[in-house]
Design a protein around this ligand. Structure first.
Ligand code: NI
Length: 153
């Protein structure tokens, strides 16, 4: 495992649409392990592959580790299949945009379908911080940053 170099706002790689993963063997497990290590090292709750310069549809989150419980989840080829008709506005930060915060509106919940790192289809509903986090990271896979979707606070 390795802590990878982060890409920052202004780097063109952050504005590109990432490609679906089609091969679930190496080096995918290494990429995912490195994303987690980089995320924890940078004190983040989520990290998407484009943020380390890899244009593949992969992101990792752990929304609870800062409160003491590690619950890492890795998402490959994620897609929102349904979402709440209501949005919640809240502050977000991004490891690629240091020392700035943005107010962003996100659905109260989202249903997400994805593939596990071992190639198994998964689906789940995410609420609150979980919904915010998966929407934020999914945006990264589509080249979208909170500088575009939010208001700086
Ligand atoms: Ni981000």
């Amino acid at each position: 495992m390795a802590v990878l170099d982060l890409r920052f706002d202004g780097d063109p790689v952050l504005q590109q649409v990432a490609k679906p993963v089609t091969h679930f063997g190496d080096p995918l497990p290494t990429l995912i392990a490195d994303l987690f290590e980089t995320m924890y090292d940078a004190k983040g709750r989520g990290l998407a592959a484009p943020q380390v310069g890899v244009l593949e549809r992969v992101f990792v989150i752990d929304t609870t580790w800062k409160e003491g419980e590690r619950r890492p989840i890795a998402f490959v080829n994620p897609e929102i299949t349904d979402q709440a008709p209501f949005k919640q506005q809240g502050p977000e930060a991004c490891l690629s945009i240091p020392d700035r915060s943005f107010d962003v509106a996100r659905p109260v919940w989202v249903d997400l379908a994805w593939t596990s790192p071992s190639g198994i289809a998964q689906k789940s509903r995410f609420h609150g911080v979980g919904a915010v986090c998966v929407c934020h990271e999914l945006d990264h896979l589509n080249g979208i940053l909170i500088t575009q979707t939010g208001t700086e606070i």
